[in-house]
Design a protein. Sequence first.
Length: 265
Amino acid sequence: MKKMIFARLLALMFVVNLPIQSMAWGMLGHRIVGEIADQYLTKKARKGIAAILGNESVAMSSNWADFIKSDPAYNYLSNWHYINIASGKTEQEVIQLLEADTATNAYTKTIFLSNELKKKEVPSSDKILYLRMLIHLVGDVHQPLHVGRPEDQGGNKVRVLWFNEPKNLHQVWDTELISSQNLSYTEYAKAINFVSKDQRKVWQQEKASFWFYDSYLIAEKIYADVKGPEEKLGYQYNFKYKAIAEEQMLKAGVRLAGLLNEIFK
């Protein structure tokens, strides 16, 4: 028993010390997305999700894919969280690239997981992993720098100062913009979850490839706003991009609900 407790504590320490940039939207952002999605699930979707995850909520499930990085047995999942796309591409070029893609990345795995979860013959153990990963990946792709440039690993190599603290651009978007608002995930979800039925319908009818292009466009703006290394980002940057980050989380939650409703209809 003591050995088991020690092993769990060691794993937890490993997670805590993971580079923050590896966790898109951070723990808080992913839970906000999951909480919003939960508000728009159909009865059939709730039943289907409960049959797989039991009492584990969508919000709490959303961080499993980052926590499991402490276990080397799941290293094969690391490339699932993002896709890097070179700058300067048109909408048609991005969507054509995605729809012809066969590599292991966030787009191909989002499609794969969605299709697998519709199949009745998939083992329950696989469905648990697939559903947890899908919930997480939909959140990931709405963090714009998870569709960032290959040469800087989605902003991970772009050094900035966030309120005079050394960070990288990816970290700012993963955690700093969201956590600096000092709200719990339930408070934050309530604060931003205002969307008309018409807008919700539009977002839920868009193909997954457009979600990626949507994030890609925002990433292009984010890159253009950093003029040099060690650029100082603070109140002005927070004011400029807070609403964009919040809309991305709202879109992610609404689109995730639409996808889950389709899977479990």
